[in-house]
Each structure stands twice: as C-alpha cells, then as structure tokens.
Design a protein around this ligand. Structure first.
Ligand SMILES: *Cc1c(COP(=O)(O)O)cnc(C)c1O
Length: 254
C-alpha cells in the first residue's frame, strides 16, 4: 500500500487504488452505521455496483476491493448499449471466479429485452406491462428463467418509471409476471425522491417497504433501494440491495 517514495511518485494505478479504497471504506462505514441503527446485519445487504460510464478495469478493481472486505456484491448495468463495452475477458473471469451476479437496473426498452435477458440474472427495472411481456418472450425464446423486481414510482416524479405505488397495481404486475412464465418476481425496486429533503426521500423509500407488507407475498423478498445519496435512509427502511455508483467510483463525468 505505501510507496517508498513521496506520494507524487506513486504509480498512477496505486493512486487510483488508494482513492478507491478510501471511497469504499467511507461508503461501507455509512452503510454499517445505518444497519447498526436499524438493528440489521450489514453483511446481509447486497452491494450492487452501478457501473454506468465506468471502464471494465475500474469495475474489476471495485469488485476485488469489495470482495476483500467480505461484502456480497452484484454488478449492475444501466444502459443496454454499455453491456458490450463491459464484456471484458478479465472482468468476466473475475466475476465468474468470485460468483458475482450481473443485474440490470436501467430504463428498459422493448427492443433491448433480448440483450438484457442474455446478460442479467436479476432485472430490477420492470416498470410497465409491455416490458413484462417483452422480457418473458425473450426469456422463453432463450429457454432461460430470470428473476425480476417490479419497479415502483414511489416519489410521483414524472421523470421516473415504475408502476403506481398502490397494492392493487403492484399485485396486478406480479400476477402478470407469474402468468407470463419464464420470469420470477422476487421483490420491488424504487428510486427515491430526487431532493435533499430527508422527509420526502424517507417517505418514498418507506412506501416500498409498506407496499411489500401490504402485498404479503412471500416470494417478494428483495427491496432494491438506496443510492449514493440516500443509502442510509434506505438501509434504515429495510433495503436488501443498495445500488452504488458515485460513492464507490467517484463523480461521473457524463
Ligand atoms: C446510476 C444509478 C444508481 C447509482 O447512482 P449513484 O448516485 O451514482 O450512486 C443507482 N440506481 C440506478 C437506477 C442508477 O441509474
């Protein structure tokens, strides 16, 4: 870790590693503190790396560092067009060696359903009926089964995808997923309210948890919620998967 020379003489890769280590320690400390406040085991929470705009070597570095800290990890793709650029042999080998699952978390387009089904074992962003049908058809054609989460628009923000946050609507989506075959509903996903006001963020994230309670469907075990800015609130409200980008990789340029 320490260089025999002054910090400025360190190899560029070492400086990157040191920055990654510092960011990871900081974000995991936030996660652990929130879990402790909520009386939860932080190691039970899956840390999904939101990889949009990052290179395969950056992703591999973060996977290795998280694994060495004993965390459960997934790698999440946000853009179907980016899946191919992350198809790197070294990253693929690392993911398979460490059994890191690959998920899809981005806005889904019908014409990308095949790519997403081929790539992802869990699809977080099933946000409208046409997408259920497109994914089911592609999974059936590929002769695979895929786990999916129902995305819920808990903030009411028009820019966000997702089913309306009422139990009947979500039960309808879950029923449609089951009826389609080839897809298994395993939980709910949301993107918290886009504001610095804690009350609005907490009430949107809490709505995901109370929806799961209202549905009382034992198959719906996962709550995918919490990003870099709101991970503490999400963990306090029962998140089982936090999706982290900038807190791990640093600020995004695009
Ligand atoms: C980018 C993204 C994240 C991670 O966002 P950060 O704020 O960088 O942690 C999580 N979820 C989704 C759906 C995203 O698009």
């Amino acid at each position: 870790m320490t260089s025999p020379h002054s910090p400025s003489a360190a190899h560029p890769d070492e400086r990157l590693d040191a920055r990654l280590d510092a960011r990871l320690d900081a974000v995991l400390a936030r996660l652990d503190a929130a879990a402790e406040r909520a009386g939860r085991d932080p190691r039970g929470i899956l840390v999904l790396l939101a990889t949009k705009t990052r290179s395969a070597p950056e992703i591999a570095g973060a996977v290795r560092a998280l694994h060495s800290r004993g965390r459960r990890i997934a790698v999440g793709e946000n853009r179907a067009q980016e899946i191919a650029t992350h198809e790197d042999p070294a990253l693929a080998a690392l993911e398979s060696e460490l059994a890191v699952p690959r998920h899809f978390i981005g806005r889904l387009q019908r014409n990308k359903a095949r790519d997403v089904v081929a790539f992802a074992s869990l699809i977080h962003s099933v946000d409208r009926p046409e997408i259920i049908d497109a994914l089911a058809r592609r999974a059936e054609l590929a002769d695979v089964e895929r786990d999916v989460l129902v995305q819920v628009n808990t903030s009411g923000e028009e820019s966000k995808g997702g089913f309306a946050p009422d139990a009947d609507t979500i039960a309808g989506a879950v029923g449609r997923i089951r009826a389609a075959g080839a897809l298994r509903p395993v939980g709910l996903m949301t993107i918290g309210a886009h504001t610095r006001g804690e009350t609005a963020v907490r009430s949107s994230l809490r709505r995901l948890r109370t929806l799961r309670e209202e549905l009382a469907d034992p198959a719906l075990v996962e709550l995918s919620m919490g990003m870099s800015a709101d991970l503490e609130i999400a963990v306090e409200e029962g998140s089982t998967i936090v999706r982290l980008g900038s807190a791990v990789f640093g600020p995004r340029e695009v």
